[in-house]
Design a protein around this ligand. Structure first.
Ligand code: P6P
Length: 335
């Protein structure tokens, strides 16, 4: 008799309650709500090829509804899920200039704040390229019951209690850490559940993939230019030349390298001296997952997770993935 024993995301979160003894199930509820909202967003993205979805915000679709861009839609779905779970007292999102304070009676008592990029790489959707959602979760610093403040969102990445990303690719996956390793769950549409598919992900210390937008080569710091040439040199012992793989969607590029080995680079470029990616809701969660999987994540001269955020939408250079490759990049940058 074929038995399809699966461990769903909710099973796993409950099993791993011991990971966060200080939280009496609150973090479980928060993570579980992100998973449920991700299924809703996934359903919409999977239909994105249809005419009435791809449209731009402000248009009216065939049902006469106001057309929402998918990133606006995703932002609303995740915001509503976090507000209603009762454990989150406020969020910072790429879609809003300022933090959003949840003032209703239950949410106000929440222990956690969430910083998110609800749909990263959304411009790729029109071309059927995979995209992602990214979440960074902290305990609030200010007293519970009071309105959450800006300082609650400007904590170093090392203080995260959890980091999550969802990748809407050939299959939809949710990958998360609560500081005790990284686990990956693949959505089984036939039962509508995220099922444990990649337990205890460990990223190889070395890899043969480098991911960078080489169109910006002329603007890169000299050390990055030298590193790219190093990747392209022939050397049997270190299995070079490496392969260049770049989708232009952070979660997709990072996830492939996390599993196969490799390094993602977004250096400073013209007009963006701190690079393009946002520290609080892109670099920090990706970096916690990289480190928890045995990899590394650097801003060039220091660990991403040690950077003190000054503002919600602050940018940072990001070099993340296989540990030895990140260390090599740091050497090229400081030589
Ligand atoms: P570029 C998508 O817009 C994004 O924020 C990340 O997902 C991605 O890694 C990066 O920008 C791509 O930027 O400049 O190479 O197109």
């Amino acid at each position: 008799m074929y038995s399809y024993k699966v461990t769903t995301l909710n099973d796993f979160i409950i099993m791993r309650q011991k990971d966060f003894p200080y939280a009496k199930g609150e973090l479980s509820s928060l993570l579980s709500n992100i998973g449920t909202a991700a299924k809703i967003v996934n359903k919409k993205i999977n239909k994105a090829g249809l005419v009435d979805i791809i449209g731009k915000a402000g248009m009216v679709n065939i049902q006469g509804e106001n057309q929402q861009k998918l990133d606006v839609f995703a932002d609303k779905v995740f915001t509503d899920a976090l507000r209603s779970c009762g454990e989150c007292c406020g969020i910072a999102t790429e879609e809003n200039q300022n933090e959003i304070v949840f003032s209703d009676r239950i949410a106000r008592k929440g222990k956690y704040i969430v910083c998110m990029d609800p749909l990263d790489g959304s411009s790729n959707i029109d071309y059927n390229v995979s995209v992602g959602s990214i979440f960074s979760i902290y305990r609030r610093k200010t007293p519970r019951g009071e309105p959450v403040k800006n300082e609650d969102f400007l904590q170093k990445g090392i203080s995260q209690v959890a980091a999550v990303y969802v990748i809407y690719g050939s299959s939809t996956m949710l990958v998360y850490t609560t500081g005790n390793g990284v686990n990956g769950f693949t959505l089984d549409p036939s039962i509508g559940e995220f099922c444990l598919s990649h337990p205890d992900i460990k990223t190889p210390a070395d890899g043969r993939i480098y991911s960078i937008n080489e169109g910006n080569y002329g603007y890169f710091p000299q050390g990055i230019k030298r590193y790219i040439k190093y990747c392209q040199e022939e050397d049997t012992e270190t299995e070079r030349p490496y392969s260049s793989r770049y989708i232009g969607s952070l979660v997709s590029d990072f996830h492939r390298n996390l599993i196969k080995g490799g390094v993602f680079l977004y250096p400073p470029v013209a007009g963006m001296p701190e690079g393009k990616l946002r520290l609080v809701y892109e670099c920090n969660p990706i970096s916690l997952i990289a480190e928890q999987a045995g990899g590394a994540a650097s801003g060039g001269s220091k660990r991403i997770l040690e950077i003190e955020p000054g503002s919600l939408h602050q940018r940072s250079p990001l070099y993340a993935g296989s540990k030895n490759m990140v260390r090599k990049i740091e050497k090229f940058l400081t030589a």
